[in-house]
Design a protein around this ligand. Structure first.
Ligand SMILES: CSC[C@H]1O[C@@H](n2cnc3c(O)ncnc32)[C@H](O)[C@@H]1O
Ligand SMILES: [Zn+2]
Length: 450
């Protein structure tokens, strides 16, 4: 058969094609595509190709033309406490230990119930989806309630099966926390958007015996471990006084360090401790805004990167940040790193983008599914409009995403191929619901306002 005898190619029917001005896949080559399309079917990215070719090759049930937009992978918030949204602004201008002991823990003791966590987490999901965050690594009481909220919003959540030694409304002691965490883990096991990790709160709230149990369970169940570590100087002094060694040394001696270990903060780290994190393949969830606001310090990001430690970025909770805004967090991380190191070349825009996408996906063990725009991965995507006058002109969309844009430039957020947020509207959340949640809880929390 000659070429001219061949039948015309049949177009493949797919659910969705997004025609974008730019696509930033976030790959090893720092690729930037112009006039490209991303093709989505059954939750997955099935093709990434020039729009001219996509128009021939595919027929889409739905076509979205994003001709002033850059399409990027969904942002992943690598450390948060979603349910703290309703405590936003409740205790500002306090150092960590006073903030926790005198304000946050008393408020949590009085207020936090399963209902509270579901309501506050829904508010968090709304805030995060509108800012381009598609997945969050959480740590809070009643993780099953956080999962319910994420599931309703259509967001991906990595639940922390949280552990403390002291009693709360949620659990009586460490074994009870673990038991309740496993119940949440079991009941959400089959859900494609929900996964979990063990989340012992911090070295100053967890005994050696409990850390040992956490390690055994993590190994048995194949789960990661997510904890606060070396957030403040006080924590380290307190740890040395109580245990004779710095907290990270204690954690290492107990055998917890490894590729499933995420340390939130890592503000105060000595060079040999950075080497140790690198050697064990641990991850740092850098939370620059929370660290600055609580006066904790600035994490040694340049040294961590130089030593090949996987660094991702988290907001921490809304009571210490006070936003769940991954765009401002990414920008702050890049600027701080340059300023502290007195080197404008460190942490360039592509690397900052990796921290909020693929690096975070690696940290939570989901990099085979999310974190980049790649054929076969879940279609967790964000469209960001770059044509507003306030951020014009645009010479380089990657630079724009990191240094010029804010979350207000996000127009569309998809999770697993489903449009969850677009131009001020949520697929599954009514603004009136959020209003009611705020009206119910704000009066109860007001008395704890500092
Ligand atoms: C056991 S649930 C999580 C627990 O952590 C508290 N928390 C929130 N932010 C921080 C932080 O920056 N460092 C330490 N602990 C934090 C939160 O209030 C919950 O009690
Ligand atoms: Zn935290």
């Amino acid at each position: 058969m000659t070429k001219s005898d061949q039948l015309p190619m049949q177009a493949t029917q797919v659910e969705l094609v997004i025609e974008a001005r730019w696509v930033v896949p976030v790959d090893a080559n720092n690729t930037l595509h112009e006039f490209y399309s991303v093709v989505i079917d059954q939750q997955l990215i099935v093709d990434v190709l020039p729009t001219e070719q996509a128009r021939v090759k595919y027929t889409a049930a739905e076509l979205l033309v994003a001709d002033e937009h850059v399409l990027m992978p969904g942002l992943i918030n690598a450390h948060t406490h979603a349910a703290m949204t309703l405590m936003r602004g409740i205790a500002d201008d306090q150092p960590l230990m006073d903030w926790l002991n005198s304000h946050i823990w008393p408020a949590e003791r009085a207020i936090v119930t399963e209902r509270y966590v579901e309501d506050a987490s829904l508010l968090a999901c709304a805030e995060m989806l509108s800012g381009g965050t598609t997945c969050f690594n959480d740590m809070y009481f009643y993780p099953q309630a956080t999962a319910l909220a994420a599931n309703k919003a259509g967001m991906r959540a990595h639940l922390g099966l949280t552990v403390l030694e002291f009693p709360t409304n949620y659990a009586a002691d460490a074994d009870d926390y673990l038991q309740k965490g496993f119940e949440a883990h079991d009941s959400w096991r089959g859900n494609a958007l929900i996964s979990s990790a063990l989340a012992p709160h911090a070295p100053y709230t967890i005994s050696n015996q409990t850390f040992e149990k956490v390690l055994i369970y993590a190994e048995q169940l194949g789960l990661g471990i997510h904890t606060h570590l070396h957030e403040t100087r006080d924590e380290i002094v307190q740890g040395e006084t109580a245990h004779g060694v710095r907290p990270i040394q204690r954690i290492a001696a107990l055998g917890l360090l490894g590729p499933g270990f995420i340390a939130a903060h890592g503000v105060h780290l000595l060079p040999h401790e950075i080497d140790m994190l690198a050697e064990y393949g641990c991850h740092i969830a850098h939370c620059p805004a929370s660290n600055l606001k609580l006066g904790s310090g600035i994490a040694p990001v340049q040294a961590l990167l130089k030593n090949n430690v996987n660094v991702c970025i988290g907001t921490d909770g809304a009571a210490s940040n006070n936003r769940l805004d991954m765009f401002s967090e990414m920008r702050l991380a890049a600027l701080l790193c340059k300023g502290v190191s007195e080197d404008a070349a460190v942490l360039p825009a592509h690397q900052a983008l990796k921290m909020v996408t693929i690096n975070a996906a690696k940290a939570i063990g989901l990099d085979h599914k999310i974190g980049s725009i790649e054929v076969g991965k879940q279609a967790d995507l964000v469209a960001v409009k770059l044509s507003d006058f306030a951020i014009s002109p645009c010479y380089d969309p990657v630079s724009h995403l990191v240094y010029s844009c804010g979350r207000e430039h996000v127009t569309h957020t998809w999770v697993a191929g489903e449009l969850r947020y677009s131009n001020g509207t949520y697929a599954n959340i009514e603004p009136v619901e959020l209003k009611e949640i705020i009206q119910i809880w704000q009066p109860k929390l007001r008395q704890y306002k500092h």
